[in-house]
Design a protein around this ligand. Structure first.
Ligand code: FES
Ligand SMILES: [Fe+2]
Length: 386
């Protein structure tokens, strides 16, 4: 593509921004998005979260219900997470106004009795699935839930530590469609040795996102799924440090924008183990968590690597693949410069995803209707192919 064309394409629509009011922001707000790991939100606790450049309160009521809510109290703007959770309601610390989980104010200790019913905050549809809290930030009724299917096989759900990655969500999403990087970033041999053979990549748009094929010598095909707008589902090798226990598992990556220069990795694995094998897996998981607690923070290692204080190839960590991936992908810059890239044949899936996004966001920018995305059928599954 000539530089003139590239500039023109970029001027048309920014596929990276999800700020409110931007085409990307309006597009992303049409979907359920993973916002937090369920196990990190205790009953009766409230915390601030930032999603797509906007702040919110996330709390868990005493019944166990998770709720995404306005960040500030409608009275005089105090941060609501400073307050108290009472039942499934939240009370502002500043002057004690209390809101039920629908957002309705139900109590104002220092005001007239008929004032509370006239005031409400905004509460956002919130559900949980596969160990993650999902919220809907768009207008009107949310789409179907759950937003994507999971394996029907009996399995154990393992939710990874959440990482906040200092770059735009799209470049890590694009990496999730980049099967070639595995042979280089995750070398040598390591956990990904079995999928290091270079594939020929192809991809096709579906009514739920994109299906990606990695064809290897002898016709072996690995099928991976990309659910609109930010979830990738793949079959991956046994988890590092689990010594093969759990075998190959399915993994669901959600790349959720915090703002245009930061995003979260919310990752759930479906490990197909039952009975004794499941017990063994949980023992390995306990050892893995202990090792994680003792290990340096992922981002500390990434900064060391970026500064040249350490070689990536020398890094040891229970989540080595995460360190490797973040070092490379966030190392592309806060928002990767897509104007000066030289794309190749192996970038086919990334090119298709960008075209789909540009088309959808262009339609939104011009006030045309965009595609009606569906939830993928349960029987379309990722496969290892060998
Ligand atoms: S600011 Fe919340 S009750 Fe006054
Ligand atoms: Fe990777």
């Amino acid at each position: 593509m000539s530089s003139v064309l590239r500039r023109a394409a970029r001027a048309e629509v920014d596929i990276t921004s999800t700020r409110p009011g931007t085409p990307g922001g309006r597009f992303m707000r049409q979907f359920w998005l993973a916002v937090h790991r369920s196990e990190d939100l205790a009953k009766g606790h409230a915390k601030p979260i930032r999603i797509m450049s906007e702040d919110y309160t996330l709390y868990r009521g005493e019944s166990g219900r998770a709720q995404v809510f306005d960040y500030r109290c409608p009275h005089r703007g105090a941060q609501l997470h400073l307050g108290w959770v009472e039942g499934d309601a939240i009370r502002c610390l500043y002057h004690g106004w209390k809101f039920d989980c629908s957002g309705q104010c139900v109590e104002m200790p220092a005001e007239d009795a008929n004032y509370p019913r006239k005031v409400s905050a905004h509460s956002y549809p919130t559900r949980e699935y596969m160990g993650l809290v999902f919220a809907y930030f768009g207008e009107g009724e949310p789409p179907a839930f759950p937003p994507f299917p999971a394996s029907q096989d009996e399995s154990l759900v393992h939710v990874w530590n959440t990482e906040t990655v200092p770059c735009n969500w799209l470049q890590c999403y694009e990496n999730s469609a980049d099967e070639v990087h595995v042979a280089f970033v995750h070398q040598p041999g390591g956990s990904h040795a079995a999928i290091a053979e270079l594939p020929e990549v192809s991809a096709e748009e579906t009514d739920w996102g994109m299906r990606r094929l990695g064809t290897r010598k002898g016709g072996k095909v690995r099928v991976s799924l990309h659910y609109m707008p930010n979830v990738t589902r793949v079959v991956v090798p046994p988890l590092a440090g689990f010594e093969g226990v759990g075998g190959w598992s399915e993994i669901f990556f959600s790349f959720t924008p915090v703002d245009d220069e930061n995003h979260m990795w919310l990752i759930t694995s479906q490990v197909k183990v039952t009975g004794k094998e499941a017990e063994k897996f949980l023992q390995k998981k306990a050892a893995y968590l202990e090792a994680c607690a003792k290990a340096p923070k992922v981002m500390e290692l990434v900064h060391d690597v970026w500064a040249g204080r350490r070689r990536l190839i020398d890094v040891e960590h229970p989540d080595l693949a995460i360190v490797q991936d973040i070092a490379v992908q966030a190392g592309q810059g806060r928002v990767a410069d897509r104007e000066s890239e030289r794309l190749g044949r192996s970038d086919t899936a990334i090119i298709l995803w960008r075209k789909i996004l540009a088309r959808e966001l262009g339609a939104i920018a011009e006030g045309r209707s965009s595609k009606k995305w569906r939830v993928a059928p349960v029987d379309v599954v990722p496969t290892l192919g060998f």
